[in-house]
Design a protein around this ligand. Structure first.
Ligand SMILES: [Zn+2]
Ligand SMILES: [Zn+2]
Length: 435
């Protein structure tokens, strides 16, 4: 039974709406493909897979379709590694057979991002047969793509149905299982920051959606140590948690429930990998590391007492033009959109800072209480990451301590969202933080 409602009226005043129609998780779930197609009146699907995902699940999908005498068209990417760019989308589009009336993606991150775009372009319903519980994009309506060589979140569409066959998911490479858990652990920080931002900037917040995420996260953490043994409940918890992460973003109409500063660490590293060929790891591993560093920083911030005069002194000494130059040097072409965002937003405007810091100082106890309620101890998270064999330092993914510090500074410019690094800047303590 899928653990979500398509629509509901919430006490926050919104009618929450999930873009996803349904998901099924269980052993042998792939056998449901024919009946799922029937739900959408589809008669001939276009299957997209890569060589690995075809072996992992594609063959079985074809077998089920053959057994039901359902015709299909199949495209298997020939490359070992597919980059989510124009070439990959172009190849998948060029092999599209116009007699098809549904797209079925077979894979995880990249295949799903491409499948969502092909489904949008062809205006046909979309099913994703997941091969790994590795990231939370299954239920999202955007595709993370490299457009003109830049990491871009492209509006695409959400899957109608997500199929998670536990026989397949349990066989996913360990790094993908760990990645999926890493993307879930990020939710400690995202919920905390959602509440903090709600207080400081007055942005929308829904306690029901936040609680929905907390429950899913708890399940993942309770089962975490079974993940390396590929225990069914551990794999299910992560897979469902990741879907719930996507549904929660649909409900809220923003990314707040599932992503905060820890995701921005990951975005920065992805941008630098694409622009300068720097090392990068998977999305979930990077988010897990971002979460660990964020927790350590929150522990320092919690002990601090705001000093409004000092914060204002720091802000008046802030050299905006040289900071902009740093962003360009550090992030390359991706910095352009961030500078444009700042032009619109004006977060570095001393007048806006003045009202934020006054509020922060006045409500400091409340803010610290949120951090205490939402965040586990950094040492506890580190123990968990070690137990599942995840990296616990940037050095383990090929980055240096200097890059880490600069990454944290740049996280405040990635999107127009109030996150930990902005709080540190507002407090005037950004450069004193030990990372
Ligand atoms: Zn609500
Ligand atoms: Zn994520």
């Amino acid at each position: 039974m899928a653990d979500f409602q398509k629509f509901f009226t919430c006490s926050c005043g919104k009618v929450h709406n999930a873009l996803l129609d349904d998901y099924i998780v269980g052993k042998g779930a792939i056998r449901e493909i024919a009946s799922l197609m029937a739900r959408y009146g589809a008669t001939k699907p276009y299957l997209i897979a890569d060589r690995n995902t075809y072996q992992a699940a594609g063959k079985q999908v074809c077998k089920v379709l053959d057994a039901h005498n359902i015709p299909y068209s199949l495209y298997v990417f020939s490359q070992e590694t597919i980059h989510p760019n124009e070439e990959a989308v172009g190849s998948a589009a060029m092999h599209y057979d116009v007699s098809c009336d549904m797209v079925i993606g077979i894979g995880s991150g990249v295949i799903n991002d491409i499948g969502k775009l092909i489904s949008k372009l062809t205006k046909t319903p979309y099913i994703i047969v997941a091969t790994a519980p590795s990231m939370d994009g299954y239920a999202s309506a955007t595709s993370s793509m490299d457009v003109d060589g830049l990491k871009t979140s492209v509006p695409s569409r959400c899957a109608n149905v997500i199929v998670g066959d536990l026989d397949v998911l349990r066989q996913a490479p360990v790094q993908m299982l760990v990645s999926g858990l890493g993307d879930m652990l990020a939710k400690y920080v995202s919920i905390c920051e959602w509440r903090i931002a709600h207080l400081i900037t007055g942005e929308y917040y829904c306690p029901t959606v936040a609680e929905y995420i907390r429950k899913a996260l708890k399940k993942c953490v309770d089962h975490a140590e079974g993940l390396l043994n590929r225990e069914e409940e551990a794999v299910r918890a992560v897979f469902e948690g990741l879907i719930i992460g996507g549904v929660a973003m649909n409900y809220a109409g923003l990314s707040r429930p599932a992503s905060g500063v820890e995701h921005y660490f990951s975005h920065v590293w992805d941008m630098r990998a694409l622009e300068f060929g720097m090392p990068a790891s998977t999305h979930g591993i990077q988010c897990a590391l971002g979460t660990l560093y964020a927790l350590r920083i929150y522990e320092q911030v919690k002990k601090y007492t705001p000093d409004v005069a000092l914060a204002e002194q720091k802000v008046s000494a802030f050299d905006h033009p040289s900071y902009n130059q740093f962003l360009k040097d550090f992030l390359g072409r991706s910095a352009e959109s961030m500078l444009a965002l700042e032009e619109k937003e004006g977060k570095y405007d001393p007048v806006k800072h003045h009202s934020r810091i006054a509020y922060i100082a006045e409500h400091w106890q409340e803010l610290v209480q949120i951090m205490e309620q939402e965040l586990p101890a950094a040492a506890e998270l580190e123990r968990l990451l070690k137990a599942i064999g995840a990296p616990c330092s940037v050095e383990e993914i090929g980055l240096s301590a200097d890059i880490l510090r600069l990454t944290f500074e740049a996280t405040k410019d990635i999107r127009d969202k109030y996150v930990l690094s902005r709080l540190c800047w507002d407090l005037g303590i950004l450069e004193d933080i030990q990372i």
